[in-house]
Every structure is written in C-alpha cells, then in structure tokens.
Design a protein around this ligand. Structure first.
Ligand code: PMP
Length: 406
C-alpha cells in the first residue's frame, strides 16, 4: 500500500470539505489576556482572542502564577513518576483534598486532563460493574463516548437532555443490572444545560449510578465555583462529578470527585490513572490556588456574566444568529463549513480577532459555528469591534440575519 498517498488523499478530502484544521500559533502574554501575539509566517501580530476556554482569565492570575513559580522553584519541574511510583507529591494530595471539599465529596482523584479523567473513569466503572449498562446522553463529549466504548459494556444513547427517554430505557432494562448514567451539565458546543434534578430523580428511582461532566461549569457556576450542581444544591445526589482544571481554573488536569469507595476503586483499577506520569507539582499548586481563589471570590463570575450578557445583547441587536442558551457559551451559527472558515480567516486578517471555526465532527454538519466565549477582561471596545466585524462578515457572505423582534 502507498501509505503516504493514503494519508494525503484523506487530508485532501478534509480540505475540500472545508474542515481541515489549521491551528493559529499564539503566544499568550502575562497580564495581557485577552490579547495574544499571533505568529504567522514569520510575522508577529497582536490579536484579541474570543474563543478561549480560560473563561475567567485565571491562567494569568497573579495568585496562580505565584503558586506555580514558588512550587517550580522549590520542587522542580516534573513529578518524577506515576502516582503509584514516587509521583504523588504533597501538592497532588492538597489539590485532591481541595477538590473533594469543592464538591462536598469524601474524595477526589486527579488525572492528567479532563479527557483522561472521563476516559479512564468511565471505561473502568462500566467494564467492572457487573453486567453494567451505560446510559449516555446523545450530546456527550468524545472523551466520555470513547471511555464507554472502551469498556465494551452495553451502551444505550438517550435523547439529549431527555429524562423521559432515560426513564423509559431504565424501566425497560429492569432492576437487576448495574446502570451508569453519564451526562454533562453545560454542553460545550450548544451551551445548553442539563435538567440535572430530573435526571437524578430518574437515576434514584431506578437505582442507577450518576456521572456528570461539569468541565464547562466548574469555577463558573455555584457560589464557590462547584458547578451547576452546586448552584442547584444537587452535588450530594450525584455519584461522580468530573471536572477539568484546564478551563475556568486556567491550568491543566482533570479529576473525579465522589465517595471514598468510588475514587479508591478508580484509583486502583483505571489504567489511565495508574500507568502515566503524575501532573507536575507546580501545575497542581497553580490549580489549588485557582480553586481556592474562586471559592472565595465571586468578582470574576459576576464580571463574566455581565460580559456574556453584553455580547449577547449586542449580537442580537445586529441580527447575528445565535443559539439561545442559559450559559456563558455563545454559539454564533454560520451553518456552512466554508463560510465558517472564511469568516474566521477574515476576522483574523482584517480585524485581528481570533475565533476558531467549529466544524463537523465536533458539531453536526449544517450547524457549523463560531463559538464565542467572552471573559471578564473583554472590554466594551473589544465587544464593539467583535460585533462590527461579524456584522461586516455577515454582509460579505450574504448570510441571513435574525429580524429584530417587533
Ligand atoms: N469534557 C468536555 C465536555 C469537554 O468539552 C472537554 C474538552 N473540551 C473535556 C471533557 C476534556 O477536558 P480537558 O480539556 O481537560 O482534557
């Protein structure tokens, strides 16, 4: 077989469909967020980033940087091993205690990313619970889907956010089997929020274990940043809460929080936990500082909400179509991969605005979009420039606008 020809052929079809991924090479600058330097063909350009998952700018927060510097200087770079073999440092233990406290759980367990935490925890639980059937929301993230697949347990996909469909399926499965219900709180691409209370009612009625991904909610929702489940007073009813340290907390890493038994079980059986080098202690210290800060401070969350509302109102006034949702994620709907890329290129080239196009398979075909994520540090001027530039793109591509409500 001509392997090279195969690879280039596949890549060419991606290009023809307009969904070949090109990464903008950015350099983040201390204290400058949402500004960054764009390295392009030897040139350096200042850009405003509108698609970062560092939702609150905590990746630049002095407390986070201070903790990381201090730990790096004191403890060095790497953890030096897997968690089992010399890689569990005091910083890991502190961070796990902080996370357990954040979610009101007995324990927490760290992984190298949110992706790995979902993959490792779900694959382990679903594979080892006897005769387990997994009920997975149709909108679940790839990391959950892959983990469930890897378990080889039976999986039923229930209609997105549809607790009635979940209820019907659990009824049909009956009481004798182990059941694991996996869903998210804030869905990353549509920004909609799960009916968590209803899903938990159904889980409890059928004796199912609940597993929630709060990756796009931790740090952002709830009085201490514990996520949507904290805001709604539901954390104690959820078996496993999964989250990331790489988005609102601005650092890197993933985790699950739950009872001592469930965390110890995953710790003891999950290959994605056991056989990989632990996070660097400086990252763990930075994440702990970030979580502690956001437990005490509401200022970032309030400023964030204000910026999100302002961007939404301004886009609405300009007739730019958005998905309506109750979260901080603003999906601006383009509906075509080529237009989506053209707009993203135009914004970068002519307005120094960086928003990455989101295409299939991340979202269904025909729903290609720009996923705008405001942060507390986007100014009114930044918002004006974004809306004006998008409006110009809409006219250039002759895309339809949403008429103003009468
Ligand atoms: N879950 C969801 C819903 C996500 O959107 C993502 C990442 N985009 C992850 C998990 C993985 O988290 P991380 O980036 O920390 O690997």
């Amino acid at each position: 077989m001509d392997y090279e020809a195969f690879f280039t052929g596949e890549l060419d079809s991606l290009r023809q469909e307009g969904r070949y991924r090109i990464f903008a090479e950015l350099e983040r600058r201390r204290g400058a967020f949402p500004r960054a330097t764009h390295h392009i063909e030897g040139d350096l350009r200042d850009v405003t980033v509108w698609c970062s998952n560092d939702y609150l700018g905590m990746g630049q927060h002095p407390k986070v940087l201070g903790a990381m510097h201090e730990t790096l200087d004191r403890c060095g770079a790497g953890a030096g091993g897997t968690r089992n073999i010399s890689g569990t440092t005091h910083q890991h233990a502190q961070l796990e205690a902080e996370l357990a406290d954040l979610h009101g759980k007995e324990a927490a367990l760290l992984f190298t990313s949110g992706y790995v935490s979902n993959w490792a925890a779900l694959s382990t639980l679903a594979a080892r619970l006897p005769d387990c059937v997994v009920l997975s929301d149709a909108g679940n993230h790839a990391s959950m889907i892959e983990g469930i697949r890897h378990s080889r347990a039976e999986c039923q996909v229930f209609a997105h956010n549809d607790w009635r469909d979940l209820d019907r399926r659990l009824t049909a499965i009956g009481p004798d089997r182990a059941k694991l219900v996996a869903f998210e709180s804030v869905y990353s691409m549509d920004g909609d929020i799960a009916p968590i209370a209803e899903i938990l009612d159904v889980c409890e009625a059928h004796g199912a274990m609940s597993y929630i991904d709060e990756v796009h909610a931790v740090g952002l929702y709830g009085p201490r940043g514990g996520g949507v489940a904290e805001r709604e007073g539901l954390m104690d009813r959820i078996t496993v809460i999964e989250g990331t340290l790489g988005k609102a907390y601005g650092v890197m890493g993933g985790y699950i929080a739950g009872s001592n038994a469930v965390c110890d079980f995953v710790r003891s059986f999950a290959s994605g936990f056991i056989f990989t080098t632990a996070l660097p202690p400086a990252l763990a210290a930075g994440a702990t500082a970030s979580i502690r800060h956001l437990k005490d401070s509401n200022a970032e969350r309030e400023a964030h909400r204000d910026r999100v509302a302002t961007v939404r109102a301004r886009l609405k006034a300009a007739g730019i179509p958005m998905l309506d949702n109750p979260s901080h994620i603003i999906p601006v709907m383009v509906g075509d991969p080529r237009h989506c890329k053209q707009i993203s290129d135009w914004l970068l080239e002519h307005h120094a605005i960086y928003v990455q196009p989101i295409n299939y398979p991340t979202v269904p075909r025909g729903t290609e979009r720009l996923r705008i994520t405001p942060s507390p540090v986007h100014s009114d001027g930044d918002i004006d420039r974004l809306v004006e530039a998008l409006s110009e793109c809409w006219s250039r591509c002759a895309l339809s606008r949403v008429p103003a409500a009468a």
